[in-house]
Design a protein around this ligand. Structure first.
Ligand SMILES: Cc1cc2nc3c(=O)[nH]c(=O)nc-3n(C[C@H](O)[C@H](O)[C@H](O)COP(=O)(O)OP(=O)(O)OC[C@H]3O[C@@H](n4cnc5c(N)ncnc54)[C@H](O)[C@@H]3O)c2cc1C
Length: 447
């Protein structure tokens, strides 16, 4: 293999530091066992172009990582070149025009903090350290996304290095089909996005959290209530529930019912979460906190310190559901009973999307969402712990409308993640923009 002339750091398999550089790209501490031939740590757009040209010259396929938060470690593949973009983390805000241009490895928390100082807002990911690159490409279920739309809907342009090494800009006026694909293709996008142009919003004036915690024995009653209440809950409230073996306030197996709310005033927020105080299950709560004002930054950091611990071997899987929750209650009870120790958790989310969205690759969502995050921290975990997320989601497939690419597990369990017509169009665009299949496609289970 030719040695590099580019200023980027390049490591070949077998080089000292290769393993550390590879596994260091991943938030998930699991070693997937897969190994690329080369890692290119790009420091500039020129490095990216040089890496893509080199891959083309040498017939190498390309995997890409920005923030490295793919639960499935989609970027760590066998063979080819891993393009590590984690140093491309620029951030420039134009407050007057309410726009920003960010590098793909800009972190959700960094963008949020910079915008908060200017009273501006973008629906960033819920955890501080998520990379904006992968988050935006898969759709982006961000803060206040039920009000402001998926984050990808606020991407107004992208700068992309294509498979032939050319750098192009795409917007709704120019190369519009590339922007269409970048709004939802996620880990199957066929180019390297080196810049995202974002439309910003005014910042909601009040952010707060209401919390109730129930012992796990109340699972059926609480879930049935939440499922029924969901459609009438204000879109300003991110109504959700977490099954946790070490639930907040009770340090025992329980259900944490969270209602973060982003509103224009305390009063509006209080009214939006009032349904939790008048609910039929209110009397069963072991803990019920009033609406507490809290910065988004604090919520992002706290969530990451409690639920999404680093140095953890994660396996995640998910499903969208349109039907009522009642037939799933026995399965949800089994999910809770077999739940591994914290930080493993299950998330139920009230989504109730709008009747339509702009035309874009992202095209599959439903009324409610269930995700299992199996997070193992000790070596002594059982095969059942390892398979917890995948096996339960497989068992629930008859009730599933598909998955989110945010929590994809395609390498273990293939599932629909886009409307069939959009998937077909995406593959036509892939053949056009990447005719030699330079970029790694969606993962599939090993044969
Ligand atoms: C703790 C945690 C919290 C999360 N919270 C949320 C949330 O609130 N909402 C939500 O929607 N998702 C959330 N996710 C999922 C997350 O958005 C996705 O895993 C996303 O891919 C992460 O982006 P990344 O750049 O960090 O990931 P990466 O692992 O770097 O990227 C994932 C894949 O996207 C593609 N990709 C990434 N960057 C580029 C690029 N520049 N050009 C072309 N292709 C690229 C590659 O195929 C790559 O393998 C969360 C994940 C974690 C681990």
């Amino acid at each position: 293999m030719k040695r590099p002339t580019s200023p980027a750091r390049i490591l070949a398999r077998g080089d000292e530091g290769f393993e550390t550089a590879l596994l260091g790209t991943s938030f998930n501490a699991r070693d997937p066992g897969r190994r690329p031939d080369l890692i290119v740590q790009a420091r500039s757009v020129e490095d990216v172009i040089a890496a893509v040209q080199r891959a083309r010259d040498e017939g190498l396929s390309i995997g890409i990582c920005s923030g490295g938060h793919s639960w499935a470690q989609n970027h760590i593949r066998d063979g080819g070149l891993l393009l590590d973009l984690s140093r491309l983390n620029s951030l420039a805000i134009n407050a007057a025009e309410r726009t920003a241009v960010i590098g793909p490895a800009c972190l959700a928390g960094e963008l949020n903090a910079a915008l908060a100082r200017r009273k501006l807002f973008f629906p960033v990911a819920h955890a501080y350290t998520v990379g904006m690159g992968g988050f935006l490409l898969q759709g982006g279920f961000g803060w206040n996304s039920r009000v402001n739309g998926l984050a990808c809907q606020s991407v107004i342009g992208i700068d992309v290095v294509l498979a032939d090494g050319t750098l192009v800009h795409a917007s709704e006026q120019e190369n519009a089909d590339l922007l269409w694909a970048a709004r939802g293709a996620g880990p199957g996008f066929f180019g390297v996005v080196v810049g995202f142009h974002l439309k910003l919003q005014p910042r909601p004036r009040f952010v707060g959290l209401k919390l109730q915690v129930f012992r796990i024995r109340h699972l059926e009653a609480v879930m049935a209530w939440a499922d029924e209440a969901g459609p009438t809950v204000s879109p300003k409230v991110e109504f959700q529930m977490v099954f946790n073996r070490r639930a907040l306030g009770i340090a025992a197996h329980g259900l944490e019912v969270f209602a973060p709310v982003l509103a224009d005033s305390y009063r509006e927020a209080r009214d939006a979460v009032a349904f939790m105080e008048s609910s039929p299950v209110r009397g069963k709560a072991s803990l019920s906190l009033p609406l507490i004002p809290m910065s988004l930054e604090m919520m992002m950091k706290t969530g990451e310190k409690t639920l999404f611990l680093p140095n953890t071997r994660w396996t995640t899987d998910s499903m969208w559901m349109d039907g009522p929750i009642t037939p799933l209650l026995p399965a949800l009870r089994q999910i809770a009973n077999s739940q591994p120790a914290a930080p493993s958790h299950a998330l139920w989310l009230n989504w109730n999307p709008p009747a339509s969205r702009p035309d874009m690759a992202f095209s599959l969502e439903a009324r409610t969402y269930l995700a299992l995050y199996g997070g193992l921290r000790t070596e002594g975990s059982t095969p059942a712990d390892e398979a917890w997320a995948t096996d339960h989601m497989r068992a629930l497939e008859p009730y599933s409308a598909g998955i989110q690419l945010a929590d994809e597990n395609l390498g273990r369990r293939p599932a629909p993640f886009m409307a069939a017509a959009n998937r077909d169009r995406l593959e036509v665009l892939r053949s056009h923009y990447d005719p030699e299949g330079r970029f790694k496609p969606y993962m599939r289970p090993a044969a």
